[in-house]
Structures are given as structure tokens and as C-alpha cells.
Ligand binder design. Sequence first.
Ligand code: UD1
Ligand code: UDP
Length: 383
Amino acid sequence: MKILTVIGARPQIIKASALSRAIKNHYNDKIEEVIVHTGQHYDEMMSEVFFSQLQIPEPKYNLNIGSGSHGTQTAKMIEGLEQIILKESPDGVVTYGDTNSTLAAAVAASKIQVPIIHIEAGLRSFDKTMPEEINRILADNVSTLLFTPTKAGYNNLLKEGFSAEIQSHPNFNTPNIYHCGDIMLDNTVYFRDIAINNNEYHKRFGNNFILCTIHRNTNTDNKEKLSDIFISLLEIAENQRIILPLHPRTKKMIPQMLSSDLLSAVGSNKNIEIIDPVGYLEMIYLESESSLVITDSGGVQKEAYFLGKPCIILRPQTEWVEIVETKAAIIADTDKEKIINAYKTLSETQMRQTIKENSKKNSLFGDGKAAEFICKTILDTLS
Ligand code: UD1
Ligand code: UDP
């Protein structure tokens, strides 16, 4: 059995490490994995660092597509992927999540009738102004094996007309859907102790801080929204240290979007530590040691929950509805009042304790063994 895994953006590289590890440890003699990197992310701290830290096999191909408008970037990827899929002739193409690399893999593979294995299927924000929502809907609709991380994701697929019946030989017209848990949890469980026991990280970052990440295009490319986020952070930073590993997109947009007064207030505030993107282990350390996470990232919201940390979501909605339902996270979008109120609510000792306990008790995202289930299912259905 040969599978071709397509990755490109930071979170996909991280997710792919769990599947590669499961293959290496349990299915080495049964599954051959060929990795293709589209090159969507290319800075060392957005790509290379994860291959070395998470021991991911080197990609056999790197398309080196780089950045571009949605159409240009996706079209170049489709062209490159089509050639590789034809050459490698895999039994299935694995694609993760909802980025332009996901969409390109789905289009390229489906048009030459290679079964698509979509990991992190079924998620919906119900907001088609998000490029990710379009990517995930399109990818799901041409996939043969769809693996949903949550029950909500599985139910979304049922509502869209996917059948719960499992076929022994699924195909484009009769796909199989599975609720298998979240592959990101596999990584958090596997790497958590290594990260939190790293003395160098303790020295470098200390503890008692808030962790913040911002990269969503609706926030970075909008003056009012990005300014409101930073005005709120300045207020919180009056009595709290904030560590902000900055995505390159946000780094590029900040000088264009913030007024010079706001820019200098942020730049001179000793409690706001803006740093380059960090590796995965550093990130797990930062999430584990933080008192609170403020983010517009999908993956960081989830990892905060896995690690029992309260989270303020800087988006108007989330695909990870379970986290909000359990009250571990509050959706504030970029509304200053909502952000500050959420900060106050989630800083209460009793609230923090409850979130920590609930995260240990609940298994909303599975048991940390999603990758093994996925490998076994691929072998059972596509061989
Ligand atoms: C992409 C995904 C998003 C995901 C995010 C994870 C799409 C449509 N969006 O958003 O769903 O949450 O990755 O991080 O696929 N850049 C660099 N160096 C890099 C990569 C990017 O400088 O290594 C800069 C470039 O200026 C580029 C911008 O970041 O134009 C945006 O990169 P892009 O990959 O298009 O989208 P992301 O915002 O990273
Ligand atoms: N991440 C990281 N370093 C950083 C920021 C994030 O390793 O500086 C990891 C994070 O732990 C999570 C993933 O990247 O596993 C989330 O990716 P991102 O926020 O870029 O995208 P999203 O999940 O929103 O698609």
C-alpha cells in the first residue's frame, strides 16, 4: 500500500508527524508513505523546524510554490501535484485540514481518480467568507475516506448527505466517514512531557504569562480589527506578561495596519514580548505554562483545551464548538469589551480550576490514537 501525503502549511506538517510516526511504529511493513511538500510555508521556523523536531521523514518532493494569491498559489500546486501523483501512482492521497494545499491535493487527486483521505474532515464555521471554509467543503466532497476529529464534524457530514453506512470498498461516489478523534491530540500527548521538562525553555520563557497568536487574514488585513486586538492586549499587559510568537503574515501587516502611536505603544511595552514563530516543542511548553491563551488559530485553541488552559478566541465563530460549549473558551472576535470581559472571567481561580479538571475528564477529541485508527482503516478499505 502506497500513500502520498500532501503538506504545505505549518499545522499540516505538525499533523502529518503523527501519521508518519504511527506508520513507522506499527505499519512499517504494510504502508509506504511518500511525502510531498507544496512549499506553501517555507521560512525555517514555519517549516524546516518541524521536520527536525518531530522527526518527520524528509519530503521526497518539494514543489517550492511559496506565497501568492489564492488562485495563483492553488493552481501552481495542482499542476505540480498532478504530475507527482501520476508518476507515483499511489493507492490514496492524504490531505489535512483546510489550507490551499489541501484544496490543491483534493482537486489534483480527484480529477485523476485517486482516492482522497481527508484528515480533519467535516468541520464547518458556516462562514464562506473564510478561505478555509471553501477549502474544507470542496475537499470533503471529493474524498473517499473522511476522518472527523469531533462528533460535531461527523454530524455536519451527515447533515450534508454523507451516509453513516460503512462500505468495505468505498469510492468517490460512496465514501466512508469516521469519527476517529483528533490527530493533533496524538502529538500533544506524545510530546507534552518532553516539552515541559525542557530546562532551556524554562529559562528562556519562564512562567506566568499569557500566550497570544494572531494570523487569521480577516484580522491581519483589517486595520480596525488588528488595532482593536492590540489595544486590548495593551490593557491586559498593564498587569500581565504576554508572549506573542508572530506569524510572518502578521509581522508583515502590523506596520501597515496600526497607527504610529499604537505601533510605538506596543513596541515600547515591556510586558508585550513579540518573538519569531517558535518550534512545536516550544509552543507546547508555552501553552502548558501559560495562564491563558488568546488566539485566532484553530490548532492553538485546541491545544489550549488539551492542556487545560482557558482560551479567548479572536474570531466571530469557531469550528471547535465543543470547547466553547464546555466554557473553556470564549468567543470574543476582536471586540475590545468582549476581550477584556473574557479575560476577567477566565482569570478567576475557580474558573481556571474547572477548565483544567474538565479537560482531564472529557474525551471530546478522542484518546490520542487517531493516527493508528486512520492507518488501519486505510489498509482495511483501500487495499
Ligand atoms: C495559511 C492557511 C491558514 C492556516 C495558516 C497556518 C490558506 C488559505 N490559509 O494561512 O488556513 O491557518 O496557513 O499558519 O491556506 N509567509 C512568509 N513565510 C512563510 C509563509 C508565509 O513570510 O513561510 C507570509 C507571506 O507574506 C504570505 C503570508 O505569510 O503571503 C500568508 O501565507 P499563506 O500561506 O498564504 O497564508 P497563511 O496566512 O499562512
Ligand atoms: N505553532 C508552532 N509555533 C508557533 C505557532 C504555532 O509550532 O509559533 C503550532 C501550534 O502549536 C499548532 C499549530 O502550529 O500545533 C497551529 O498552526 P497555526 O496557528 O499556524 O494554524 P491553524 O491551526 O490556525 O490552521
